[in-house]
Structure formats: C-alpha cells, structure tokens
Design a protein around this ligand. Structure first.
Ligand code: APR
Length: 258
C-alpha cells in the first residue's frame, strides 16, 4: 500500500481523539468467513443468502434456516480473528473511547480482544425464542462446549424455547426487521461524536446501517474507507484506501504509532 493517502490516513488516525470503526463482512473475509454477497458454496449454492435471512424463510422452513445458521456458526467457530481485527484492538488501546460498530454477526472482534462492539445486525451467538417475548435461549451444543461436528450444511430442527416451547431462532436481524433500538441509538451517538470514522469491508448498500458513515461525515468527522472495491461510500470518504482489511489496517496502525 504505497502513496500519500495511507500516510495521510495514518496521520489522521494517530491524531484522532475519538475513532469509530464501522465494519462489514469484508472485515472477516481474510479469516475465511465468506462475505454476505459472495456466492454461497456447497449445499447452499442453490440458495440466495438474502432469501434465507428472512423471518418468512424461517416460518416456511425452520429446519433449513436453522441448519444454515448453525453451519455459519460452526464456520465462524473454526475461524480465527485476522490481523485486521488485531489492528483494531490496537486502535482501541491507543485511543480510549473508540467504538467498533459492526454489521457482522460473527464474534471475531470480541475474540480479537476488542471491548466495545456494537452489533447492529445481532449475533450468531445469541439465539432467542422466536415469539415476541424473545425469551433468551442457549445452544444445544455438546456438553464439552465444542461446536457440533462441522458440517457442510444440512437441515437441522431448531431447539424449542424452554419457556414457551416455540422454535428458537438465530439472534440476528433479518431483512425487513428493525435493528435493535439500543444498538442503533449507541451507534448513532458514537458516529456523531467521533472525529475519524474508518469504514472497513462493507458494500454500504444496506440501510439503516449504511447511514452510519454519512452521519459521521455530516457531524464533521473525517471518513476513511478500506475496501478493495469502489462502493457508494466512496463519495463521502475523504480517503479511499483500495486494499484488504488485514493488510491496510495493519499498515495504518504500524505507521500511525511506529
Ligand atoms: N477486506 C476488505 N473488504 C473486503 C474484503 C477484504 N478482504 N473482501 C471483500 N471486501 C468487501 C467487498 O468489496 C464488499 O464491498 O467487503 C464488502 C462486503 O459486502 P457485503 O457482502 O455486502 O457485506 P456487508 O456490506 O457487510 O453487508 C451488509 O447486508 O446482507 C446484509 O445483514 C447483511 O450485515 C449484512 C449487510
């Protein structure tokens, strides 16, 4: 990653008082977790993720949808945080009060050691009762806590809620569902208060999450984008770094605090 832009970005990061790091699926790509708009593979190749990630799909075929999320959870549990996730923990330690706002439902930020993570789209690791009561639920994992046999995906009947016997659902936000109010409020507050927002590995096409970088820019923050591809966020980013999360973030942190 050569050129004046990375050095300018590193300088802005090194001088920042409050940083928000806004991440999407590209953040976890180098950990081997496919992005949301990558073509699905294996048994899931004939499905479109955006069709499976809906309450309607779960109502129609709970075993298919639960099986897909359990396959994704097993893949995440076999993955490791990449150097981009680790670079973000360095930013958090260097600039107290930094916040990660993620659209990802994996737990790689937390497993890298990041303390303040806002999940706008929920998590693979917080299953809940499928009724409005949203009773908390736990996974029927084997007693030793090891994930169920990693499988390339199959239909699995979801467990039943211990309180009301309704099917347990993944703790993620499906298309057409509202984002968790507390998470969205905290994310907007953080974006409004930061002076630098790093947007990393998101296509910037799904709202309201994709509004976060725009809220930061409108509040006077400098937006820096990290993505190998152009996205609609190019036009609000002061600096567009064309590269991958692991490579660019590691270089930024090494340059900002050499
Ligand atoms: N490093 C950085 N960015 C990458 C990398 C990488 N190694 N690999 C891919 N990307 C970029 C792609 O260029 C793309 O812009 O990551 C982005 C991934 O985009 P999506 O798959 O659309 O994922 P995301 O932006 O997180 O989707 C947002 O939409 O489908 C819903 O709820 C789902 O949270 C998801 C939301």
């Amino acid at each position: 990653m050569e050129g004046v832009l990375p050095h300018r970005a590193a300088q802005l990061l090194g001088e920042a008082r409050r940083v928000v790091i806004f991440t999407g699926a590209g953040m976890s790509a180098e950990s081997g977790v496919p992005t949301f708009r990558d073509d699905l593979t294996g048994l899931w190749a004939r499905f479109d993720a955006q069709q499976l990630a809906t309450a309607e799909a779960f109502r129609t075929d709970p075993d298919l949808v639960w099986g897909w999320y359990e396959w994704r959870r097993a893949r995440v549990r076999r993955a490791e945080p990449n150097s981009g996730h680790l670079a973000i923990t360095t930013i958090e330690s260097r600039i107290p009060g930094s916040t990660v706002i993620t659209q990802n439902v994996d737990d790689l930020h937390e497993r890298a050691g990041t303390q303040a993570v806002i999940h706008l789209h929920g998590s693979l690791f917080t299953p809940r009762c499928g009724t409005a009561a949203a009773h908390p639920a736990t996974f029927p994992d084997p007693p030793d806590g090891e994930p169920a046999e990693p499988h390339e995906g199959r239909r699995i009947s979801p467990p039943r809620c211990a309180y009301c016997r309704a099917p347990v659902r993944p703790g993620v936000v499906w298309f057409g569902e509202a984002l968790p109010e507390a998470a969205l409020t905290a994310a907007v507050e953080a974006a409004t208060a930061c002076d630098v927002l790093l947007t990393v590995g998101t296509s910037g096409v799904v709202y309201p999450a994709a509004a976060i970088p725009q809220i930061a820019a409108r509040s006077g923050a400098t937006v820096i984008q990290v993505n190998p591809q152009p996205t609609p966020l190019d036009r609000i980013a002061a600096i567009n770094l064309r590269g991958t999360a692991a490579q660019v973030l590691s270089t930024l942190v090494a340059t900002a605090w050499r």
